[in-house]
Write a protein that binds this ligand. Sequence first.
Ligand code: UT7
Length: 353
Amino acid sequence: MGSVIVGTGVAQPPHVVSNADLVKVMDTSDEWIQSRTGVARRRYVAPGVGSVQLAAEAVSAALNDAGVAPGEVDLLVNATMTPDMFAPGNAALVQAEVGLERICAFEIRQQCSGFVYGLELADAMLANGRATTAVVVGAEAHAGYMPFGPTSWAMLRGTHDGPADPDEYAAATDSRAWSVLFGDGAGACVLRRGEDDSGFIGGRLFSDGGSYDLIHVPGIGFSRQPYIDAAQLEAGLCIPQMKGMELFRQAVRAMPSAVTGVLDSVGLSVSDLDLVIAHQANARIVSAVGTALGLDESVVPSNIAEHGNTTAATLPILFHEQRLAGRVGSGALVAFTAFGAGAHWGASLYRVP
Ligand code: UT7
């Protein structure tokens, strides 16, 4: 018996930034961003709002959707790469913010594949009786990474008409390949143990630390003394460094392979799939995943135009939207798959009860 998703919820910050807005603060164009990535707009949290607040909103919305009271939850798995503070992780802070009991709440640092890792962990703990009602949440506040100075932020928030500061413009342009991709948001699922042979029926998780530098944030680490200093900030070590093309190449191989591997392990095939909830790092990656699997694009939907890459929040936001759109009917076979920093990747297979 696999566990089943009994509720979903999302949280989205209100500040929407279009590609046309970004054109004012860096050398880019709507045409380049849309044609190379598929992103049309993204949202950024306001200063003072972090991934804890987004996660708490998404968890509360999911509990409400499920009709489950906070006091019934006995497991919280929190995935983020943009926590509110270095320690403790977000999980305990979200637990307190939502008003959950003193339950098992823990943090996973698996970046874009955080949600699929979280689903697998929660499913295992429900299956072995360690928990009865679990919440898995992915939440990100990437705005803190964004390479924008104070004038640029004021322009993006509509409190300054411009023009951009030339130094800020040059710095933002240096980071344009990755910064245009990301957006903020959160998504959560409430899981309970199923009563038949539906629910999560298989999963496969992988890691390859040899590829850690495909995308990584090298600064703020305890192999340095002190672990953070002005020199690291100056050298840009606290923002992502990305080998975009190689990341792209590995992602389009790894996700289809993980999906077919998990299908094989339970005796099903690609033609049995009704829906693939794939990580949204680039619309071209999503489309290539569909092509590699031989699936129509309607089976491998993309929402990156509206959200950008929301890292650990991507899968639950997309799943929530597909549920609302009526794409997750009883009996449907859904594959969740993601690939990202680590490198970590994997796939989970879900039969809707
Ligand atoms: O979740 C994990 C996170 N990330 C990913 O999975 C990302 C995977 N990779 C990708 O999505 C793509 O590699 C990118 C979208 C990041 C880049 O696309 P690309 O087609 O690989 O472009 P590129 O890096 O090879 O750059 C091509 C050109 C360069 O100009 P030159 O050297 O040919 O003159 C870049 O400077 O495009 C330029 N460029 C831009 N131009 C306008 C890069 N970013 C931008 C930009 N606006 N934002």
